[in-house]
Design a protein. Structure first.
Length: 317
């Protein structure tokens, strides 16, 4: 089957790239039952998922979303329409964005309207999200997920999204980690700008990444780097730490002269250090997360000028 291969005991990986970005979904074979982890964007089911299940002559009973970002839940409705009886599970915090894509757009992508937003007001992103879809099971941090003869522990690994989860099967040492750790971001296809890592909370993101690494899993099934071993995950976590540390340094560097600056002005400075990366939401969001960490720890403060938030170095920093 094109784009599908076994990567661990009873774990299929489906390559489902979109817009030049690598994306991997995973199928758990539990013998009597199968489960799918993540659903891609709105077109992913028809392009990759449904052909796979048709080829093997089976259907999943459960779809688990590792988190509520468009490339991980956008295919939910199409799959529920095509696979009768399919149930969707997601962390209870992220369920609100899966069930209301305009809320996802507003709370995630509109979090800095004075500094960055889509030129089309987010309509293209909403199309990728598909229509609103009910979450049938709201996961808690200590839940267990069963699919046939397999049981995975639900581990909260937030930071990239508020309710991001990792699925870990102690019996086999397999961890399905979604986007818990993104290093410097996945490599984009030739001709496509690189996409940097994105997180809403720098401390939570690093804690989640480090937690995943300490599992010392036999196989890590990641959302954008494929299936890797523990050494591979350790490298991604180290790169994630370096990424956050660099954004810490560059955001402070932008304020070195003491003048107040907007998030957009600071993001422009950060972007100058990584010119091959797309200057868009990801750089703004991650820079904002680092600035908020600096503010929490007293290195910078904020001031409102002409109704717009600016950041500046603290007198004592």
């Amino acid at each position: 089957m094109s784009g599908a291969r076994l990567v661990a005991d009873g774990i299929w990986m489906l390559d489902a790239p979109f817009m030049g970005v690598p994306l991997m979904l995973y199928v758990i074979d539990g013998g009597s039952e199968m489960a799918l982890v993540d659903s891609g964007i709105a077109t992913t089911p028809d392009d990759f998922v449904l052909p796979f299940f048709k080829a093997i002559g089976r259907t999943p009973g459960l779809l688990v979303n590792t988190h509520a970002h468009v490339d991980h839940f956008g295919g939910n409705l199409r799959l529920k329409e095509s696979l009768p009886g399919l149930k969707v599970a997601a962390h209870h915090i992220d369920a609100r964005w899966i069930e209301d894509t305009r809320r996802h757009l507003s709370e995630f992508y509109r979090q800095m309207p004075d500094d960055w937003f889509f030129e089309d007001d987010g309509e293209a992103l909403l199309a990728l999200c598909g229509a609103n879809t009910a979450v049938d099971r709201r996961l808690l941090d200590t839940d267990r997920l069963k699919s046939g003869n397999r049981e995975f522990h639900v581990l909260r690994s937030s930071g990239h999204s508020p309710g991001h989860v990792t699925l870990f099967e102690p019996a086999t040492g397999i961890a399905i980690t979604g986007d818990a750790a993104l290093g410097w971001g996945p490599s984009a296809a030739e001709g496509t700008p690189d996409a940097p890592s994105v997180y809403y909370d720098a401390d939570a993101y690093l804690a989640g990444a480090r937690m995943v690494e300490t599992l010392r899993a036999s196989t890590y099934c990641t959302g954008h780097f494929g299936a890797i071993d523990h050494a591979g995950m350790a490298r991604i976590v180290s790169d994630s730490e370096a990424f956050v540390a660099s954004f810490d340094e560059w955001t402070l560097e932008a304020l070195a002269d003491g003048a107040p600056r907007t998030l957009h002005e600071i993001a422009l400075h950060v972007s100058s250090h990584i010119p091959t990366y797309e200057f868009g939401f990801h750089i703004h969001a991650s820079a904002q997360a680092n600035l908020e960490r600096h503010a929490r720890e007293g290195r910078i403060g904020t001031v409102v000028i002409d109704g717009r938030r600016h950041f500046r170095r603290s007198a004592t920093s």
